[in-house]
Design a protein around this ligand. Structure first.
Ligand code: C2E
Ligand code: MG
Ligand code: MG
Length: 593
């Protein structure tokens, strides 16, 4: 990390490495420095690990004990000074030794300063502060651009190399955005260098604002954990490193926002100026893992955008560009699906095992797009990411309730309705209001409605979720955990949830015939549900033997192709009303008799 020293306060974020074989000494140094408000420490007791940790953590200052077993402070100091990257790292020697010989030797090896043990807190604080301030000044000169105050090409190359190594070690992905202002030479040539400088400052300011917004976005969405750093490489050439991205879409979101913010007119020295940019994006893995390769990929993608007229972005790899285009097409189509009335609900019967009677149905969403019917697993994740799931989910609720009312009123079929909820929908601040409104409008009785949640939806903000679940149940709605067993719920946590039903995940049912473990899991879930006074539904029953096993266990209901897959609302009416039709699906009866 390079330090920028506006005042001494800015130094408190400095990373300080303490190398000492005595843990008590490390504790004392750290405690003293913490009192001086330093907060970023790397501590090393095993001196053989010092160089490895130095490369991994890149501290701003090393506090080094001299006398240590195996690898001494002298050895480490010599290695630091011989290291091309850490040659100039400030190293303060901590030594009890009053031996002038040792001090001379350490100075000869390149020690920056000394501190005598036992340490004096004030002296330690002052020496650390002064050493860091000197480093900050050098960093400012060496690593920062005077015009934009951004880290420069030198630091960019170091950081990129470090980020790549870290990403590889933790099997994470990083993205590099190469950004160039389109036709910037024209601005300089026609309006003057001063105006050009001001434009670069405004560009910097706007990109940094986008980064801050995206980092905030990152905290609340699927882009969790990504961190972004902007560099000014040269004239109109900027670079962004995004560490720990979960998908390249995140880089596309950042690029889009940068293009949008840059396009807004700027007023510089009385002149209205419009700028656009070309952005190339490269990411790892799998494209490459050498800094120079990644930079080359990003800049060539950027140059390609420039050739096409600028004001756009491209990924460096064809595969990613294709994937992104496909996704964009899906997203555009999905945005219109609601207004074009392309969404439709299918219904899968939920059958009582003992009687073979259809007790309810589960609403399962389909999208009839121009390209054919799209299954929910192929578009719901995208709807989640884009937030479209909220209006789509509301449509599902209204349509399912409308259909339920029709069955109850016109057809006299008193079945219940299960509706799948998505994580984003369930966390949406307006969810409760929406569901109340839908129930009011459709005039259905609440106890006919079951909401299906999944274990993963309940991981964050569990207390808030439990509160919401209690409110929903108090209204008369039923709550079910879908795909139960697939997530990570602990039994204690299950006890706390206000629930009515567990749906046993299909993967266990599928494996039952050849896995005694799966049979044991299914038995345990049914037993557990019974002890917690919850009803059980088995998903995905395809074989008579599976149904027989579940009946033996006392499982309440099942769904599956053995009885019926998802069908249209008319087919459900027919299935329930037409006894002959029921006879043709006799496998249930056959097992029961
Ligand atoms: P799910 O809620 O666990 O639904 C069960 C899935 O298993 C359905 O797939 C159903 O068609 C399929 N299935 C049922 N019986 C069998 C069987 O015997 N064999 C096999 N192989 N499959 C069976 P579908 O309709 O493709 O839905 C997949 C998932 O999409 C659902 O899983 C649910 O999580 C989600 N989903 C569906 N509709 C909605 C919706 O309206 N909103 C939300 N948020 N998610 C939905
Ligand atoms: Mg479901
Ligand atoms: Mg399920």
């Amino acid at each position: 990390m390079a330090l920028v020293d506006d005042n001494y306060q800015g130094l408190k974020d400095a990373k300080i490495m303490i190398v000492d074989d005595e843990p008590i000494n490390i504790d004392v140094v750290q405690a003293f420095l913490e009192e001086e408000e330093y907060r970023n420490f790397v501590t090393v007791e095993d001196s053989t690990q010092a160089m490895r940790l130095l490369e991994e953590t890149r501290p701003d200052l090393m506090l080094l004990d001299l006398i240590m077993p195996e690898v001494s402070g002298f050895d480490i100091l010599a290695a630091v000074r011989a290291h091309p990257k850490f040659r100039h790292l400030p190293v303060i020697i901590l030594t009890a030794s009053t031996d002038a010989q040792n001090k001379l030797k350490a100075l000869d090896f390149g020690a920056t300063d000394f501190l005598a043990k036992p340490l004096d807190q004030s002296e330690l604080g002052l020496r650390v502060r002064n050493t860091l301030a000197a480093k900050a000044y050098q960093d400012q000169l060496a690593y920062y651009d005077v015009l934009t105050k951004l880290p420069n090409r030198h630091l960019f190359l170091e950081d990129l190399s470090w980020s790549l190594k870290t990403a590889k070690r933790h099997e994470e992905q990083l993205a590099l955005l190469s950004i160039e202002i389109d036709n910037f030479d024209n601005v300089n040539d026609t309006i003057g260098l001063n105006v050009g400088d001001e434009v670069l400052r405004i560009v910097t300011h706007r990109i940094q604002k986008v980064i801050r917004e995206c980092d905030v976005l990152g905290r609340s969405t699927e882009y969790k954990g990504a961190t972004t750093t902007l560099f000014h490489l040269d004239s109109s050439d900027f670079s962004l490193i995004i560490d720990r991205i979960h998908s390249v879409d995140h880089a596309a979101v950042v690029a889009k926002r940068i293009l949008k913010t840059l396009k807004k007119p700027m007023r510089v020295a009385g002149t209205g100026i419009y700028v656009t940019a070309s952005i190339g994006i490269a990411s790892t893995p799998p494209e490459c893992d050498e800094p120079s390769d990644l930079l080359r990929l990003a800049t060539s993608a950027r140059d390609y955008v420039k050739k096409l007229g600028g004001d756009s972005f491209q990924f460096s790899s064809n595969a990613i560009n294709e994937m992104y285009k496909k996704r964009l097409k899906l997203e555009t189509g999905l945005r219109k699906a609601l207004e074009k009335e392309e969404l439709i609900l299918f219904y899968q019967p939920k059958v009582e095992i003992v009687t073979g009677i259809i007790k309810g149905v589960e609403a399962l969403l389909r999208w009839q797009s121009d390209e054919g019917i799209v299954a929910p697993n192929d578009f719901i994740p995208l709807a989640e990411e884009t937030g479209l799931i909220v209006p789509i989910g509301e449509w599902v609720l209204s349509e399912a309730c409308r259909q339920l009312k029709e069955w109850h009123q016109s057809a006299g079929i008193p079945i219940s309705m299960s509706i799948n909820l998505s994580a984003r929908q369930f966390s949406d601040a307006n969810f409760l209001q929406t569901i109340k409104r839908v129930i009011n409008n459709s005039c259905i009785e609440e106890h006919f409605l079951t909401l299906e949640l999944t274990e993963s939806m309940l991981l964050d903000d569990i207390d808030e979720k439990i509160k919401l679940m209690k409110t929903l149940r108090a209204m008369g709605l039923k709550l079910s955990i879908d795909d139960f067993g697939k997530g990570y719920s602990s039994l204690n946590y299950l006890r706390k949830l206000p629930l009515d039903e567990l749906k046993i995940d299909r993967s266990f049912i599928m494996e039952m015939s050849n896995s005694s473990e799966c049979r044991a899991i299914v038995s345990t879930i049914v037993f557990l549900a019974r002890s917690l006074k919850l009803s059980t539904v088995a998903e995905g029953i395809e074989k008579k033997e599976e149904l027989a096993f579940l009946r033996e266990l006392g499982c309440g209901q099942y769904q599956g192709l053995l009885f019926s897959g998802p069908v249209t609302s008319n087919e459900i009416t027919e299935l329930v009303q037409n006894p002959n039709f029921m006879d043709t699906i006799a496998p249930v009866g056959a097992v029961l008799s």
